[in-house]
Ligand binder design. Structure first.
Ligand code: SF4
Ligand code: SF4
Length: 132
């Protein structure tokens, strides 16, 4: 199991209509980050205020200065849904997550424990829910 290399696949896949935010997060954005809250409508994220529909792609996903990786423009205050990814090995396989190494698929239990250790600072070991 490698560290995340910021390949951006997860943000590309889920950043359109595949994310959710808690009422606490939305309330915090409304108070402290109206620039983020402007893309929230009826508890849905991320909504284009011009079309009232989901953005086709996360509006906070950018290329790094040298173009070699993707960065999140709101990384420090991104939704929990983003913080918790990836949650399990099956999800990583399905999404082509580049943290995975060949040997992770030989012993999935060991790989999951390694993932949980890597993610310890950003989510509980057993995430409250997996992504759709
Ligand atoms: S908010 Fe940030 S971490 Fe979440 S999908 Fe968008 S770019 Fe990725
Ligand atoms: S798909 Fe995996 S390696 Fe790529 S940015 Fe997401 S977590 Fe990182």
């Amino acid at each position: 199991m490698k560290d995340c290399n910021s390949c951006g696949k997860c943000c590309e896949k889920y950043g359109g209509d595949g994310l959710s935010a808690t009422s606490e997060e939305i309330g915090w954005w409304l108070t402290h980050r109206p620039d983020i809250a402007r893309y929230v409508q009826d508890d849905r994220i991320w909504i284009d205020p011009e079309t009232n529909d989901y953005f086709a792609r996360c509006p906070w996903l950018s290329r790094s200065a040298d173009g070699s990786k993707f960065v999140c423009d709101i990384y420090a205050v991104r939704p929990e849904d983003c913080r918790h990814y990836p949650t399990n090995i099956a999800e990583m396989v399905r999404d082509g997550c580049e943290m995975l190494e060949r040997h992770d698929l030989v012993d999935v239990g060991r790989a999951q424990r390694k993932l949980d250790a890597i993610m310890a600072d950003s989510r509980p070991p057993v995430c409250r829910r997996a992504r759709r």
